[in-house]
Design a binder for this molecule. Structure first.
Ligand code: SF4
Length: 318
């Protein structure tokens, strides 16, 4: 008996997508630390927000913990790409632990800006999401009370600074470009003297991935974003598509896809957050190809060539 022909499904695949230079570097640091010191190597917090990455590193000998207290004496510990408050490396040094800092250099850049601003007597308005490890890490670079967290335009309206003439703002690296522009506009309207950061704090990878999905979303009936529910930049990709009125879903892997989501969908957009490996994009496409007659088209909006240096001491092992 002849089998029923598969329904056609066009895939528009956003590029750039997936791993950024900071995530690549952080994963490499854990791998090289295991090679250099032998397993186990402890990692404070998920090295990047992706279960597949964490499980793969765990299988190689990494042990993930939330706090330094859980790291036994005498073993190396790696700090995650999101950055840590200053107190964490200080405590590690106090205990004589050897540590490797996998903080993304673009997050470290924001840390240094925060320090400089506070040292010059400014008060920082930090635009970010409460509770995100990057926000906790950045707040931990400066004395308590010298930085105020603003999440939304409504927060700007409520904010009453002691001195509006000494304000500067900085942002989390993985925010929505559009939402942040609205918050910044509200801040500048209320406090015309507020100082902007020297360069854009939202990182190149976050902006590029948002621009790439924005470019294709309008031509799609639905969008799938591969990423973790705690990955800030992945959640922002869902929002970018939804803002254009396109239904979008975040899935960690192909197995989480509800097939009903594709009912009536002829063109499906696909992208992946900065901490999601390309392997998971391929896995999704292969799964789709089992049910549909898929055609793939990659739409590249920009090329990325950024790579970050490894910390000293690990370079030799690379
Ligand atoms: Fe660095 Fe941006 Fe990647 Fe975060 S998303 S690790 S800030 S490059």
């Amino acid at each position: 008996m002849a089998s029923t022909p598969k329904r056609a499904l066009e895939l528009l695949i956003a590029a750039p997508r997936g791993f950024c230079a900071g995530v690549d570097r952080a994963i490499r640091i854990v791998e090289l630390a295991i090679e250099k010191y032998g397993a186990p190597v402890y990692v404070r917090h998920e090295i990047v927000h992706n279960k597949f990455v964490v499980d793969t590193l765990r299988a190689k000998g990494a042990i993930f913990v939330e706090e330094l207290d859980e790291v036994p004496d005498g073993v190396p510990v790696v700090f995650s790409a999101h950055g840590v408050p200053k107190a964490v490396p200080a405590k590690a040094a106090e205990r004589g632990l050897s540590y490797l800092d996998a903080t993304c250099p673009l997050v470290s850049k924001v840390h240094r800006q925060a320090e400089r601003l506070v040292a010059s007597g400014r008060h920082i308005v930090f635009i970010g999401h409460a509770g995100h490890p990057e926000v906790i890490g950045t707040f931990g670079q400066v004395p308590e009370g010298s930085m105020t967290l603003i999440e939304t335009v409504a927060d700007v309206a409520k904010f009453e600074p002691r001195d509006p003439n000494i304000l500067s703002f900085l942002t989390q690296t993985t925010l929505s470009v559009d939402d942040t522009a609205e918050v910044v506009a509200a801040l500048q309207a209320k406090y015309p003297a507020i100082q902007a950061p020297r360069g854009e704090d939202i990182c190149y990878a976050t902006s590029n991935r948002q621009a790439a999905i924005k470019a294709i979303a309008g031509a799609c009936d639905a969008v799938l974003v591969i990423g973790a529910p705690n990955s800030s930049n992945s959640l922002r990709l869902v929002e970018v598509a939804e803002r254009q009125g396109i239904p979008a879903q975040l899935i960690q892997r192909a197995s989480e896809l509800h097939w009903g989501f594709l009912d009536g969908v002829k063109t499906l957009g696909i992208t992946a957050g900065a901490s999601a490996p390309e392997q998971l994009v391929r896995e999704l496409i292969d799964r789709l190809a089992e049910r549909f007659d898929v055609t793939e088209r990659e739409v590249e909006t920009t090329q990325e060539t950024i790579a970050f240096k490894l910390p000293r001491g690990l370079e030799a092992a690379a």
